[in-house]
Ligand binder design. Structure first.
Ligand code: ZN
Length: 426
């Protein structure tokens, strides 16, 4: 039976009710209670911030097929340590999430591990090759909460239109990694601009993203399917999304902590942990992303947690695979950059990690009101910490943020009222 506990004297933020208050929180049988349960463990929350567990719509867990970089077990630990109680697993595993069997495996294994709620996505096309639709209804039936070919993009307009028609009927969003293949095929490794020219590295231009965002918006308008653009990186991309939302089209976009806090000028070409796809863009793009986050055009954060083993990332900037880990630095980066610097309120920050992503995948609104599931994260936002990748729970250490001093980290995380992460000394 799950334990009963009381978190005393804690500042609580409820993103659904908008209430920010100092109070005690009661938990029994995995749910928030209105009154203190008997025989409850008492935990002091003094000086801390208690929030509903965070949701990350974009996580690569690598299992099945890439267990040298991450497993469902290590990825779950990293999520819990990062303060996440719900994560959406991307489909680019081997095999891909293109059958009910693989989707069911990820869902089942996540529940068995029980450290975070793993919600699988389903692949749009078989083996993510962009040629033939998967059985989207079967994937949804097996637990897929969204459809994506993330890592690649369905290039065929007619095929994408059919996917959106089916996804709409299944009441699932299409999440797209928006990148035009004609451009990708040129072998770019970073943003195409002055910095790539100076370094002599092949670039990926922003219009590779813009072309697909424009196409996807047209298809979403035509089909009525809910569209979610993953890891938006360009000023023009944000403008397309802003205009489409103003016209009432169902389109949302996510922003990663690294595209928010870094630009191509920060890139160290000797360190492949600065290599990700889409790449770190120009300073102007970065500024536009921040503005789009603040005005709600980009309604949520997502990490694009993409672990790669050290030997793969040691191949050098040209040959190393794309991607960086993100689950354990996400709170610190976004809190420090936005809330600590007074650009955003704590409540708005929290909504972008909870209620907004929940809406996109049709999950219950995260809240601290009695009766709610006790998915909880206790944050320390007052004391600084330094990013030491060797302390990560994820199996991989590929981060460009090593050595950074940040504010905001989970000191404890509960899933269904069960403690799944506790910092040493707490
Ligand atoms: Zn992607």
């Amino acid at each position: 039976m799950p334990a009963s506990f009381i978190i005393k004297d804690v500042r609580t933020l409820d993103p659904t009710t908008g209430v920010d208050e100092l109070r005690d929180i009661f938990v029994a049988e995995g749910r928030i209670e209105a009154t203190p349960p008997s025989d409850a463990q008492v935990i002091s929350g003094h000086g801390k911030l208690l929030i509903p567990g965070l949701i990350d719509l974009h996580v690569h867990l690598r299992e099945p097929g890439g267990e040298e970089s991450e497993t469902l077990e290590t990825g779950s630990r990293a999520a819990a340590r990062g303060g996440f109680t719900t994560i959406v697993a991307m489909p680019n595993t081997r095999p891909a999430h293109d059958t009910a069997e693989t989707v069911g495996f990820v869902l089942r294994r996540g529940t068995e591990i029980g450290r975070t709620r793993i919600l699988p996505s389903g692949a749009i096309t078989i083996d993510r090759k962009g040629k033939e639709l998967t059985n989207l209804a079967a994937l949804a039936g097996a637990g897929a909460v969204a459809f994506s070919d993330d890592g690649t993009t369905v290039q065929d307009d007619a095929l994408m239109r059919r996917a959106m028609d089916v996804a709409r009927d299944l009441n699932r969003p299409i999440m797209d990694h928006a990148q035009d293949n004609l451009i990708e095929r040129e072998g770019g490794v970073m943003h195409e601009g002055e910095v790539s020219k100076g370094l002599g590295l092949p670039g990926i231009p922003t219009f590779a993203e813009e072309r697909i965002i424009r196409r996807d918006i047209e298809l979403a308008e035509a089909t009525g399917c809910a569209l979610h653009i993953q890891h938006v990186t360009s000023r023009n991309g944000t403008e397309l999304i802003r205009a489409a939302r103003a016209r009432g089209i169902s389109v949302t976009g996510e922003l990663t902590p690294h595209h928010l806090t870094l630009c191509d000028e920060d890139l160290d070409p000797k360190n492949a942990s600065f290599k990700m796809n889409p790449p770190l863009r120009s300073r102007d793009d970065r500024d536009a992303l921040e503005a789009a986050l603040l005005d709600g055009t980009l309604s949520c954060f997502a990490t694009d947690h993409a672990p790669h083993s050290a030997d793969k990332k040691a191949r050098g900037f040209l040959k190393a695979p794309f991607g960086i880990v993100g689950l354990e630095t996400a709170v610190g980066l976004t809190w420090t950059h936005l809330v600590r610097s007074n650009k955003m309120t704590a409540m708005d920050w929290l909504r972008r990690w909870t209620t907004e992503p929940a809406k996109i995948i049709g999950r219950p609104h995260p809240t601290l009101t009695p009766g709610a599931i006790a998915d909880l994260t206790l944050l320390d936002v007052a004391s600084p910490w330094v990013v030491h990748p060797n302390e990560f729970a994820t199996k991989s250490h590929n981060t460009p943020f090593a050595g950074r001093t940040l504010y905001g980290r989970a000191v404890a995380t509960w899933l269904n009222g069960r403690l799944v992460w506790r910092e040493n000394g707490f």
